[in-house]
Design a protein around this ligand. Structure first.
Ligand code: ADP
Ligand code: TRP
Length: 328
């Protein structure tokens, strides 16, 4: 690729809500890392968005570090991509205000997150109400071409596109780059300890970087059938096998399935095998993760580097928009 060719940009935000789990790893982190082979990744930690639910400053700081360390430890290349903290670029709030003048209240009232909060009788803040506007600002501030997200975020990206179109109709084509959603193909839903979808809200998660002892203890809690050791067992209905399939080699999976059907193979042994295969996969990354958390200044340096790069794009986009809108 020549220097003048600009790679297409894939941008996504990651809400810092505590230590990420294996569901996040397989469902979001690894697919986003794979995309950086084709696109320039602009990935950021959406701490302003987290503020809609997290009002403990220390907890937010801690989550931000954990999430940043996770992406770095899993191998995000911060030379080729841009990795930063949302609140490091205040222009996003400025753009958010401009966009809020291009979206109807009725449309924001139809956004899922706001509708759900109202349906549950929760008090919705102005922040939750304008969540999609801030998200649109994130996307448009960095001239994103594609926005890789899960299905749950599709509506937000559609709203972003509409805001961008309205701005372009008003101030001229090319004022903002209109992005396309890139809806993640249904990766297998990772089951949690109880067999339901692994999710923080169900309290059934396995955090990615648990130290070996804790990891083993956690995996031993996976809910299984209560057949006796000698009984044959159905691998397709077992939560241990479902997780094992996600990390083990095909031949090892086939062997485990065979032993389930044959009987004389207990759930304890299956869990031990799962522990061994996941631990071997994660060990080198865990070492890096722990090193990063022990040196938060290294994480901050990485984010500062990302901030410098993000500012250049954000500055250019805001310059163009302010001029056309008659601001400053
Ligand atoms: P949680 O449900 O634990 O709050 P999030 O909603 O913060 O997780 O998840 C962030 C992203 O991680 C989601 O958009 C989704 O793509 C992915 N993800 C979360 N849980 C799973 C899972 N159990 N299986 C596959 N992907 C998942
Ligand atoms: N709203 C997204 C979520 O809850 C996070 C997010 C914030 C985001 N800004 C974004 C995702 C911009 C994609 C693009 O997961």
């Amino acid at each position: 690729m020549s220097g003048s060719e600009r790679r297409l940009v894939a941008l996504t935000g990651i809400k810092p809500t505590g230590a990420p789990h294996i569901g996040n790893l397989l469902g979001a982190i690894l697919p986003a890392l794979a995309l950086t082979r084709t696109y320039q990744g602009i990935y950021f930690i959406a701490d302003y968005h987290a503020l809609t639910t997290e009002h403990d400053g220390d907890a937010l700081r801690e989550s931000t570090r954990q999430v940043a360390a996770t992406w770095l430890a899993m191998g995000l290349d911060t030379e080729k991509n841009i990795f930063f903290r949302q609140s490091d670029i205040p222009e996003v709030c400025e753009l958010s205000w401009v966009l809020s003048c291009f979206v109807g209240v009725g449309q924001l009232q139809r956004a899922h997150a706001y509708k759900d909060a109202v349906a549950k009788g929760k008090e919705a803040t102005q922040g939750l109400f304008s969540y999609p506007v801030l998200m649109a600002a994130d996307i448009l501030l960095y001239e994103s071409n594609v926005v890789p997200v899960g299905k749950d975020q599709k509506q937000h990206v559609e709203m972003c596109r509409q805001m961008a179109h309205r701005v372009n109709e008003t101030y001229g084509e090319g004022t903002l780059v209109v992005p396309e959603p890139l809806i993640r193909e249904e990766v297998a839903t990772v089951p949690g300890l109880d067999g339901q979808k692994m999710s923080k809200s169900y309290g059934n998660t396995v955090e990615i970087f648990l130290p070996p002892k804790k990891l083993r203890k956690k995996l031993m809690k996976i809910v299984t059938g209560s057949e006796a050791l000698e009984d044959p067992k159905d691998p397709d209905r077992c939560n241990v096998v479902k997780l094992f399939r996600l990390f083990a080699e095909e031949a090892d999976v086939a062997e485990m399935e065979r032993r389930y059907r044959a009987g004389g193979f207990g759930y304890g042994e299956a869990k031990q095998k799962l522990f061994e295969v996941y631990d071997a996969f994660i060990a080198p990354h865990r070492e890096r993760y722990e090193e990063l958390l022990a040196h938060p200044e290294v994480i901050e340096e990485e984010l500062a580097k990302g901030k410098e790069k993000a500012r250049v794009v954000a500055g250019r986009v805001m310059e163009r928009l302010r001029k056309r809108a008659g601001l400053r």
